[in-house]
Design a protein around this ligand. Structure first.
Ligand SMILES: CC(C)(COP(=O)(O)OP(=O)(O)OC[C@H]1O[C@@H](n2cnc3c(N)ncnc32)[C@H](O)[C@@H]1OP(=O)(O)O)[C@@H](O)C(=O)NCCC(=O)NCCS
Length: 147
């Protein structure tokens, strides 16, 4: 995997896994509507098997975006967040722009994501509503059950 690192003032976006603060990530995801019931083990495995873009301020993890991909035709964007204290100053936009520019994610890649309320945040980057009749979902089993 190509490791990227881009800086802006005291902020850093990096795909270097050794920088990830899993405690900070797990703490944010514990309160995120889309990650309810996700265990620490699941979070760690999801990070290990994705391209993970960490956002850091003065070395502290303050944001994340995770890309699940075959690096050729398809990429799924997940777990995008900026810590509340840092929102509204362009960091989210910088994070998405950086991951879309990653050298392993170029070419005819279809990008998918799911969001409850941040459609307007993603739209300027080219995301649009899916044609619902063409897509199907096999939801994850509820926590504590198998399927
Ligand atoms: C969504 C999120 C990542 C945006 O990060 P941010 O750093 O605050 O965003 P930016 O400051 O770069 O904003 C970029 C643009 O998106 C808009 N925007 C930001 N958050 C938005 C949201 N939740 N919904 C719609 N538009 C949003 C901003 O108004 C701004 O518009 P402008 O360029 O016209 O001024 C951040 O608000 C967040 O972490 N939210 C909680 C977690 C979440 O909902 N993640 C997305 C799950 S799919």
């Amino acid at each position: 995997m190509t490791v990227i690192a881009v800086c802006r003032d005291d902020f850093l976006i990096s795909t270097d896994r050794t920088l990830l603060d899993v405690d900070a990530i797990a703490s944010f995801l514990a309160g995120a509507y889309w990650a309810q019931g996700r265990t620490r083990d699941t979070i760690e495995r999801s990070l290990e098997n994705s391209i993970v873009f960490g956002l850091y301020h003065a070395g502290r993890q303050i944001g994340l975006a995770r890309v699940i991909t075959d690096k050729a035709t398809f990429a799924y964007l997940a777990d995008v967040y900026i810590d509340e204290a840092y929102r509204g100053r362009g960091l989210g936009k910088w994070l998405i722009g950086s991951l879309l520019g990653h050298p392993d994610l170029q070419g005819r890649v279809r990008w998918l994501l799911a969001t409850r309320d941040a459609h307007a945040f993603y739209r300027p980057f080219g995301w649009q509503p899916v044609a619902a009749e063409r897509w199907m979902e096999r939801p994850a089993p509820a926590p504590g059950t198998t399927q």
